[in-house]
Write a protein that binds this ligand. Structure first.
Ligand code: SF4
Length: 153
């Protein structure tokens, strides 16, 4: 997987993340949920983030807060840090031939000058109704629906 190798450069990926948001922000009016453009963006997001991050299209992207490592690839779907079963060599207890994604997230976040510190933020519970929607569009429109008041997204 050539594209996955880019995760070794989280400092570059966080810049791309920030640029994507800045590029889309002026078009917020036209990028409404359930619009035709959203369905195009869903496809684009699936292809690009699928190749780069093994994205599972949760619709509530927290990549910048998790070392540009997708927490939904954790076999337990943990979004707030590792379970108690990380093996001594940093492998996953469910998939021992793979590294714990939270060990990777922590290491990568240390190399992210812009968003690295966000790894200590507590993530809101997942809103499953946003599955298979565009997190780019949701990020612009639906923050209030993604978490109860007071949660930091
Ligand atoms: S956090 Fe959600 S939107 Fe972001 S890469 Fe993972 S599954 Fe995809």
């Amino acid at each position: 997987m050539v594209f996955r190798g880019l995760q070794r450069y989280p400092h570059i990926l966080e810049r791309i993340y920030r640029s994507t948001y800045r590029i889309l922000k002026p078009f917020q009016r036209w990028l409404s949920p359930d619009s035709r453009i959203e369905s195009l963006l869903v496809r684009l997001e699936k292809i690009s983030k699928g190749a780069l991050f093994d994205c599972r299209m949760c619709g509530q992207c927290v990549l910048h807060s998790t070392g540009m490592t997708c927490p939904m690839t954790c076999p337990k779907n943990l979004r707030n840090g590792p379970c108690g079963g990380v093996l001594p060599d940093g492998s996953c207890e469910i998939l021992p031939d793979k590294p714990c994604i939270w060990v990777q997230a922590w290491e990568r976040s240390q190399r992210m000058p812009m968003y690295g510190k966000e790894i200590i933020h507590i993530q809101a519970p997942l809103n499953h109704s946003l599955q298979e929607t565009s997190s780019w569009v949701n990020d612009l429109h639906l923050k209030e629906k993604m978490a109860p008041r007071g949660w930091d997204l």
